[in-house]
Design a binder for this molecule. Structure first.
Ligand code: FIX
Ligand code: ZN
Length: 408
């Protein structure tokens, strides 16, 4: 009988949320040591240890920024944080002894890789079968390629990101008008139907799996806000018409320290009565939810027990640390069984897939082993076939079924 560890290690993952791009997007698919080092997780950590003022940091080239991050986090101190250890895991998995090379040598190594075989190798080392991208019509860099069309790499699936639409309607409305949608700034039936037309067009164009938005801790629903109105009159009807779940990423406070740019976002406790209200009032809509704050994880699990149209996924960003993955995943297994998706990578750089999934697998093994051992002690021994089924379900299978509406 194969061990649980080898089943978890060998089961391929369908990664349900990343910031990676189909290789057709060229330089938008980040890769290599400099992108690994200027990852915003590391920039925020380095900002605490670097002597360089932030203005000078942002004015410098990516390579110079990477040099500073490397020096602060890997040379002057031991890289013990989760994000730093991630870089070490990546280099190791690629066969590079991280301490034996300086940054110029690491750069040369990455530059020598042939992009498509490097992509294949990374996916293989990460044990990842497919990744879901984050695709925004509001992103001027990616929109033109979608409009033009391109041969898709089937390993890169799409999801429609709509943050500006919901969170910044007054500035988004003129953009929609410039794209030919007859919306006004006011909340009218015409505006709602034109937003639905935009969502339908983009869902078809990118072959979207779900629609997604990140929301601040004080997001309320129902409420007299543009976001709540658009959700009720455009996003939810669109979801029902097109079978698209709505992914809510709850609890992000954007720009807590704007000087840190992308690294400057923070966290707050979300008001989960909004989630409860959404699930209760819209039984024909499906909601995918991940939460940034540790403090609301238990409440979210209890809501999920009440609403089969809610699927929890991932230990998002600040909760993607071994200690919190362990705690949150145990809690979810104990209260939801296997009806959730423990992790997504949120990878921004191709090679992140390696560390995010290796570290997740390391966490999942003892958590699931304990549940199976407790179950065996109570008189139910899980077979190898059943373990494989459960692991495949947890590593993307359950999410896929929920998204397709097949079963929950
Ligand atoms: O909103 C999101 O999808 C977040 O994941 C990002 O905004 C965030 O910057 C991130 O990369 C977290 O892992
Ligand atoms: Zn993300």
């Amino acid at each position: 009988m194969k061990s649980l560890a080898s089943i978890i290690d060998s089961t391929l993952v369908d990664d349900v949320h990343t910031h990676l791009y189909d290789p057709a997007f060229g330089s938008l698919l980040l890769s290599g040591i400099d992108d690994l080092l200027v990852y915003h997780y590391l920039v925020s950590e380095a900002s605490r240890q670097m002597d360089v003022p932030l203005d000078a940091f942002w004015a410098a080239s990516k390579q110079q920024q990477a040099d500073w991050v490397w020096r602060a986090l890997f040379v002057q101190h031991s890289p013990v944080s989760e994000a730093c250890r991630g870089v070490v895991t990546v280099l190791n998995a690629l066969g590079i002894e991280p301490r034996s090379r300086d940054l110029p040598a690491l750069r040369q190594w990455f530059a020598a890789q042939q992009p498509s075989s490097h992509l294949d190798r990374v996916l293989e080392l990460a044990g990842v079968r497919s990744v879901c991208m984050t695709n925004s019509p509001f992103d001027d860099e990616e929109r033109p390629l979608w409009e033009q069309g391109f041969p898709r790499d089937p390993r890169f699936r799409a999801a429609l990101r709509i943050d500006p639409l919901l969170m910044d309607w007054q500035r988004s409305a003129p953009r929609l008008r410039s794209w030919g949608y007859d919306v006004g700034p006011e909340r009218s039936p015409r505006t709602a139907s034109e937003v639905r037309r935009l969502l339908a067009d983009w869902t078809r164009r990118i072959d979207s799996r779900y629609c997604m938005v990140s929301l601040p801790p004080d997001f309320a629903w129902p409420a007299n806000t543009d976001a709540a109105w658009l959700i009720e009159h455009a996003v939810l009807p669109h979801g029902r018409d097109h079978g698209q779940p709505l992914a809510l990423m709850l609890g992000v406070k954007r720009g807590v320290n704007p000087a840190l740019r992308l690294a400057g976002d923070g966290v707050g406790r979300s008001r989960l009565d909004a989630l409860e209200n959404l699930c209760a009032a819209n039984p024909s809509n499906r909601f995918l939810v991940t939460l940034l704050s540790r403090e609301v994880q238990h409440e979210a699990v209890v809501i999920a027990r009440k609403f089969p149209n809610l699927h929890l996924f991932g230990c998002w960003w600040f909760t993607n640390t071994p200690q919190l993955i362990d705690e949150i995943t145990r809690m979810r297994l104990e209260l939801l069984g296997t009806s959730f998706t423990p992790q997504h990578s949120d990878a921004r750089v191709l090679e992140h897939l390696i560390y995010k999934w290796r570290h997740t697998r390391e966490c999942l093994i003892p958590v699931l082993a304990t549940r199976y051992a407790d179950l065996a002690a109570s008189g139910w021994t899980v077979t190898e076939h059943e373990m494989r089924r459960d692991v495949a379900h947890l590593l993307g299978g359950a999410f896929d079924r929920f998204v397709s509406g097949a079963s929950r």
